[in-house]
Design a binder for this molecule. Structure first.
Ligand SMILES: Cc1ncc(COP(=O)(O)O)c(C=O)c1O
Length: 398
């Protein structure tokens, strides 16, 4: 293991300066000093807008360029394929409209029954505006995972796109994207992946995955609140986004409405550098490969620790082992509703969420939407064994 978790925690002001146990990573991770400093420096050094003849404008351009290169290293694409926006939802809202405006009425798209609503309502709203039909990938009978046979079953010659989560923000289930790609192989169907919940936990490499677009959000992987989309350049080139006339005519700039937050882009680069600093290698991509191998094994060990000692009063909804999942657990506790569990844990300084966390489709399919949902516990790479043990103790005594 190339990083020591206790040393790592010292980099995070919110962690080292508080008693809180942050199990709320699925809703947003804490940030290291290097990100705080980069954002602060960005506000000083990159306050001018881009496109000017003067040096302060060139500094802002350099910040954007650096962020595109970092984003490409993070996702595996090319810098000119990286688009920034305020968050994943805003990027996807605009992207889905632009994509579906280019389809023919009667064309079909496939959405997933496990997804966060940012990868559902964005598409269904645009679909209803443009006369596009929607089909669904359903949940399997067990363990809140997708039944990809239902994807095979709904594909028709009119199917143009599949929008699917890389990992569930509620249940932690990881989608078998390679199987998805096998199913659509040779069909020309575009695959758009919501990787918001995958990005903090797994190395993403769009080149080897073969998907057409991936979207993620910096604040879920130790960075600031800024969204990032990668898509194949040949696809970006043919999509006509909604834009104002003087905005760039070419991708990626044509997808970026208005002035971006340069300071947050500086912070995003710092977050990617922070992750890369946990690994080894001669390039940032190699360091990210190595860092994520260690992140994965640390988080899997935390997950096993949690699952193997789960008290009898607690049930995990989702994969019962660490196979095919990240360490995000939607749980119910006998005799208590989700909000009560979160409130009692909060009284012990433990940060967890209760409800549906915008994962409306799976919660509805499981009959939990009107019952207050579940309590969600998330581990990330700053989580320690001791924190897991304290959580298990707390759950036992609820
Ligand atoms: C899986 C998933 N997709 C999309 C989103 C929306 O991301 P954003 O807040 O950047 O719009 C979230 C946020 O929680 C998420 O967990």
């Amino acid at each position: 293991m190339s990083f020591d978790v206790n040393d790592l925690r010292q980099r995070f002001p919110a962690i080292r300066d508080s008693e809180a146990l942050f199990f709320d990573g699925p809703a947003g991770t804490q940030v290291p000093d290097s990100v705080v400093e980069a954002v602060s420096r960005g506000l000083v050094e990159a306050a001018s807008n881009v496109g000017g003849a003067f040096v302060a404008s060139h500094r802002s351009e350099a910040v954007v360029r650096a962020a595109r290169i970092a984003g490409a290293d993070f996702l595996g694409g090319k810098p000119e394929e990286i688009v920034f926006g305020p968050n994943m939802t805003t990027l996807t809202m605009a992207f889905s409209r632009a994509v579906l405006a280019g389809f023919e009425p009667g064309d079909r798209i496939v959405l997933s029954g496990i997804d966060h609503d940012a990868n559902v309502s964005t598409w269904t709203r645009a679909a209803s505006d443009f006369g596009i039909e929607v089909d669904w990938i359903e949940l399997a009978d067990e363990h809140v995972q997708l039944d990809l046979a239902t994807l095979e079953g709904v594909i028709t010659p009119r199917t143009r796109l599949v929008a699917i989560a890389g990992a569930s923000n509620a249940f932690g289930t990881v989608t078998d994207l390679r199987r998805v790609m096998d199913i659509v192989a040779g069909s020309g169907i575009r695959v758009f992946v919501d990787a918001v919940h995958l990005a903090p936990h797994e190395r993403i490499d769009v080149a080897s995955l073969g998907v057409d677009a991936v979207v993620c959000s910096g604040y879920k992987f130790y960075g600031p609140h800024v969204g990032m989309l990668w898509a194949r350049r040949e696809w970006l080139d043919v999509i006509e986004p909604y834009k104002v006339r003087p905005a760039p005519a070419e991708a990626p700039g044509k997808f970026e409405t208005g002035t971006p937050s340069f300071a947050l882009l500086a912070g995003l680069t710092a977050a990617i550098d922070h992750l890369a600093s946990l690994g080894e290698g001669s390039t940032r991509r190699a360091r990210l490969d190595s860092a994520f191998a260690d992140i994965r094994s640390h988080e899997a060990a935390l997950g096993y620790r949690f699952l193997s000692q789960l008290p009898d009063n607690v049930s995990v909804w989702g994969m019962p082992s660490m196979e095919g999942r990240v360490p995000t657990f939607a749980v119910s506790v006998d005799g208590l509703d989700a909000v009560e569990v979160a409130t009692r844990l909060a009284a012990r300084d433990m940060c967890v969420w209760a409800g549906h966390y915008y994962a409306v489709e799976p919660m509805r399919r499981l009959g939990l939407l009107d019952k207050g949902g579940l309590t969600r516990i998330g581990f990330v790479n700053t989580t320690t064994d001791e924190e897991v043990d304290r959580l298990l103790d707390a759950l036992t005594g609820l």
